[in-house]
Design a protein around this ligand. Structure first.
Ligand code: G4P
Length: 529
C-alpha cells in the first residue's frame, strides 16, 4: 500500500546509539539489524574486532580509508517503521564526527554495561544529546553477568548525568541467578533460559503479586526481593511521563542482554513506539517542519576516501523536510549556486545503494568533490540555512607546521579542506610574538589521519609538536571583564571564525579560572548562546 507523504515521514525513526567502548554497541546493532531483516545473521555488521585484526592492521585500514571503516548509517524496515541507525564511532576512531552525528539524530539509545555503569565516553556523548534536549532511552546490557544493583545504576544516572529514570522492565536476579525481566507496562514476565537465551518464554501475569510468578521463578528469596523492589519503585520512583521523556529529562530504562538477544526485541518494540518521528529544526527563516514538502537538509559529516580505489568523499545529508527525488535540483545556500543531486547513496549495513527517493528523517550520502562543508544547507526552494553546526572541545592539541616552506600553498589548502570536512579544528595563537597554528582533535588517531592525508593527498610533510592541553573553552563576557581576563591568560587562541578560546591542561586549571572569573562564560562547544 502506498503511504502518504505524512505517513512516510511519521514512520521514520532516526537515532544514534551512545555508549562507552565494549558496552556492546556492535552486538546490539547487529541484533537490531537482524530483527529488521537487514542482515541474515548477527556478526556481519562491520570488519569488527572479531575479525581479530591486530591493532596495527586495523589502524592501517583506518588510515587507508581516511577515518573509519564502520558503516555510518544503517537503515532498515521493521514492522511499520523505517529505522535509521546512525553510527557513532567509539574506539580508536572517536572524533568530533561522533558528536556531530548526534545532531542528525532525533533520539538516542544509551547503552550501559551493567557492571561498569556510566563511563567516560557515555558522559561526553550524553552531554551533546542533552544540549539538544532529545529523548534518551537506556538499555542496560549484560544482565547475564553479575553487575551493579539496578537502584545503584539509577542513582548513577541521576548523579552523574542529571537525568531521572523510569524502568520499563525490571530484572529478577542477575548473572548466574538471572531468571527474568518483568515488563511493568504489559504486566508480563520474560523468562531467561540459561541454556538457550534467545528462546524467551513469555508469561502474562496480573501484576507483581500474581502467585504465578512464585511458581515459575521457584525461588522464594528472589521473588521476595523482586516484590520489595517493585514496591519501592512504585512508591519512591518517578512516574512514567511522556512529556519528560520527550524533552530528555526522564529516560526509560530497559534491562537485557544483547549477546543473548534477550530483551532486545522488547526494547525495539517499545522504543519505536515512544521515540519521536523526524522533528522540526530551527533555520534562519524560522522553524522548518518535517511535513513541509519543500526538500531541505544539512550536511553533518564528511567522510573521506570511503573507497580507496576512488579517493572520493561522501557528504552525509540529513533530510529535514520534503522528499529527495533522483536527479533533483537544489540550492546550495552557502555558495548560492544550484546543484543537481545526481547519484546519492543510502546505506544498508556495509553496502551502498543508489537511492531513488528519500524522506525527511533519512540520511543520504552525496558525492563530494570538495563543494561541501560541515553545516551546509541544501534546499529545493528558498535560501534559508539551518543553525550553525557547533564545534566541540578538542582533547588533544599540537602545534603544526610544514616541513618544506616551499610547499606552503598546498599545506594551507590541505589544512583548509580538512578543517572544512571537520576532521580537525584549527586555532591561531593569540597575543604571541610569533603566531602559531594549533590543531585540535577529539580522538588522538586524527593526528595520524591528518599526517597521512596531507602526505597522500597534498604531498606535504608536516611537523606536529604535542601541547599539554586537554580542554578548549569558548569564552564570552562584557568587554571590560573580557579584557581583564585576556590580560591574565597565557593560553589563548582564536578559532577559525575568530572566536576567543582558552586552552587548559586539566580540570583543576579550568575550575580555578572559572572561579576566579565568575563573569566570564565558558562554553564546551562553539554554540555560544
Ligand atoms: P562495542 O561495539 O560497544 O565496543 O561492544 P561489542 O558489541 O563489540 O561488545 C564488547 C564485548 O562485550 C564483546 O566481547 C561482546 O561479545 C560482549 N557482549 C556484548 N553484549 C553482551 C552481553 O549481553 N553479555 C555479555 N556477557 N557479553 C556481551 P569480546 O569478547 O570483547 O569480543 P568478541 O570476541 O565477542 O567480539
Amino acid at each position: 500500500m502506498k503511504l502518504s507523504y505524512e505517513q512516510e515521514v511519521q514512520s521514520r525513526k532516526t537515532f544514534a546509539i551512545i555508549s562507552h567502548p565494549d558496552a556492546g554497541k556492535t552486538t546490539l546493532t547487529e541484533k537490531l539489524l537482524y530483527f529488521g531483516g537487514a542482515i541474515r545473521e548477527a556478526g556481519t555488521v562491520k570488519g569488527r574486532k572479531n575479525s581479530k585484526h591486530a591493532m596495527s592492521d586495523w589502524m592501517e585500514i583506518e588510515k587507508q580509508r581516511g577515518i573509519s571503516v564502520t558503516s555510518s548509517v544503517m537503515e532498515f524496515q521493521y514492522k511499520d517503521f523505517h529505522v535509521n541507525i546512525l553510527d557513532t564511532p567509539g574506539h580508536e576512531d572517536f572524533s568530533e564526527d561522533t558528536y556531530r552525528t548526534l545532531t542528525a539524530a532525533d533520539s538516542a539509545t544509551m547503552l550501559i554495561d551493567v557492571a561498569k555503569g556510566v563511563e567516560a565516553q557515555t558522559i561526553k556523548l550524553f552531554k551533546v544529546c542533552s544540549m539538544r534536549g532529545i529523548p534518551i532511552f537506556t538499555f542496560i546490557n549484560k544482565l547475564d553477568r553479575q553487575g551493579k544493583d539496578p537502584f545503584e545504576l539509577m542513582e548513577e544516572l541521576e548523579d552523574v548525568l542529571g537525568i531521572r529514570s523510569y524502568p520499563m522492565n525490571w530484572p529478577i536476579g542477575m548473572g548466574q541467578d538471572f531468571r527474568a525481566v518483568y515488563d511493568r507496562h504489559q504486566k508480563r514476565l520474560e523468562l531467561y533460559n540459561h541454556n538457550e537465551p534467545s528462546k524467551i518464554t513469555i508469561i502474562e501475569v496480573t501484576g507483581c503479586d500474581d502467585p504465578l510468578i512464585d511458581e515459575v521463578i521457584n525461588d522464594e528469596s528472589l521473588v521476595n526481593q523482586f516484590r520489595e523492589e517493585m514496591e519501592l519503585l512504585d512508591v519512591a520512583g518517578d512516574q512514567f511521563e511522556i512529556e519528560l521523556i520527550n524533552t530528555g529529562k526522564l529516560t526509560p530504562i530497559f534491562f537485557g542482554s544483547a549477546i543473548s538477544n534477550f530483551g532486545v526485541q522488547t526494547f525495539l518494540d517499545h522504543f519505536l513506539k515512544m521515540a519521536p518521528s523526524p522533528t522540526a529544526r530551527k533555520s534562519t527563516e524560522g522553524i522548518v517542519n518535517p511535513l513541509d514538502q519543500n526538500f531541505s537538509g544539512f550536511i553533518f559529516k564528511i567522510q573521506a576516501n570511503m573507497n580507496p580505489a576512488h579517493r572520493d568523499r561522501i557528504a552525509f545529508l540529513r533530510i529535514t523536510s520534503g522528499i529527495y527525488k533522483k536527479g533533483m535540483n537544489v540550492n546550495h545556500v552557502r555558495i548560492g549556486k544550484p546543484l543537481r543531486l545526481a547519484q546519492p547513496t543510502q546505506f544498508l549495513a556495509q553496502s551502498r545503494n543508489a537511492v531513488e527517493e528519500a524522506y525527511a528523517g533519512d540520511i543520504i550520502g552525496l558525492f563530494d568533490p570538495g563543494t561541501f562543508r560541515i553545516g551546509d544547507t541544501l534546499v529545493e526552494n528558498g535560501s534559508f540555512e539551518f543553525e550553525e553546526m557547533p564545534h566541540f572541545s578538542p582533547e588533544h592539541f599540537c602545534v603544526i607546521s610544514v616541513k618544506d616552506a616551499l610547499k606552503h600553498k598546498s599545506y594551507e589548502k590541505g589544512l583548509r579542506q580538512l578543517t572544512e570536512e571537520g576532521a580537525i579544528q584549527l586555532f591561531q595563537t593569540y597575543q604571541k610574538v610569533v603566531e602559531q597554528q594549533i590543531v585540535g582533535v577529539v580522538g588522538v588517531l586524527q593526528f595520524e589521519v591528518l599526517e597521512h592525508r596531507l602526505k597522500a593527498e597534498y604531498k606535504v610533510d608536516i611537523r606536529l609538536e604535542r601541547l599539554p592541553f586537554s580542554y578548549a573553552r569558548w569564552v564570552s563576557g562584557d568587554k571590560k571583564d573580557l579584557d581583564a581576563f585576556i590580560r591574565t591568560q597565557r593560553n589563548l587562541a582564536k578559532d577559525r571564525d575568530d572566536r576567543l578560546v582558552v586552552l587548559f591542561e586539566n580540570d583543576y586549571q579550568m575550575r580555578t579560572a572559572q572561579d576566579k572569573y565568575p563573569n566570564i562564560k565558558f562554553y564546551e562547544n562553539s554554540f555560544i548562546k
